[in-house]
Design a protein around this ligand. Structure first.
Ligand SMILES: C[S@@+](CC[C@H](N)C(=O)[O-])C[C@H]1O[C@@H](n2cnc3c(N)ncnc32)[C@H](O)[C@@H]1O
Length: 237
């Protein structure tokens, strides 16, 4: 069942409220832990300096903020998410796992943000953009909030480059994923949504074009796991 664009934000809200409690365990199960590596690569590619202002959009349970906070304790990190259930999980975790000291928490939509122009040196967003109702508006906001020479890194599901691999991945997504969701989180619908939302998200080249069209002067992307996910790096000049 494809989700009507008009109802998307309500549906996305329900999905993430429903998965919030089991989000981390499901992430590990679905990707066999590979999402941890992908997030580490994102932080490597960000080449952060220790005193930067960092905005992590769609932070959820805070994996990316945690990595940055641990490695760069003098950065100021804004952990943000539209969904209070997900953000609460992230905030609790930051306290339990002691990475809260340089983190600030803010419930907001990445499509319209309350920050002044040119506030951040770095903006990261992991597996969040796909859920936006208006991705172009989100990208324009990210650009507005970046300082000159600032950097945007987007980690997102993308399109496998190999045809055979793509078939196997489709089979896994529509047969195994919802069953895993049912088994581990008693929630197959949310993981059905995940598989569908991935197929509807722009592929690597299309996202790159959207990023450039929203005003970024330069963008390149890196494929991981045959393009199942990609990291787009964009610069604001
Ligand atoms: C798949 S989770 C990703 C969480 C985390 N970044 C990670 O990589 O594990 C997607 C998150 O995007 C958030 N989200 C969806 N739409 C959003 C929007 N318009 N603005 C900000 N966050 C949004 C959801 O609430 C959810 O927490």
């Amino acid at each position: 069942m494809a989700v009507d664009e008009k109802d998307k934000s309500t549906h996305v809200g329900e999905v993430f409220s429903s998965v919030a409690e089991n989000y981390d365990i499901m992430n590990d199960a679905m990707s066999i832990g590979m999402h941890r590596l992908w997030k580490k690569i994102l932080v490597e590619l960000a080449s952060i300096s220790d005193d930067e202002m960092v905005l992590d959009i769609a932070s959820g349970t805070g994996d990316i903020a945690k990595l940055i906070s641990r490695e760069y304790p003098n950065t100021k990190i804004f952990m943000t998410d539209i969904n209070m259930d997900m953000l609460s999980e992230g905030r609790d975790r930051s306290i339990n796992e002691s990475f809260y000291k340089n983190c600030h928490f803010c419930q907001l939509s990445g499509e319209k943000m309350p920050f002044k122009n040119r506030t951040f040196d770095l903006i990261t967003i992991g597996f969040g953009l796909r859920n936006f109702t208006d991705k172009e508006a989100g990208l324009r906001e990210m650009r507005r909030c970046l300082k000159q020479n600032g950097k945007l890194l987007i980690l997102e599901f993308s399109k496998p480059t190999n045809h055979l691999f793509s078939k196997i991945y489709d089979w896994y997504s529509f047969n195994i994923l919802p069953k895993l969701g049912a088994l581990l989180a008693n929630d197959s619908d949310s993981y059905q949504y995940l598989a569908e939302s991935i197929r509807m998200h722009p592929d690597q080249e299309a996202l790159k074009s959207m990023i450039i069209e929203s005003g970024f002067s330069e963008c390149k992307f890196y494929n991981l796991l045959n393009g199942v996910v990609s990291i787009h790096v964009a610069y604001e000049k």
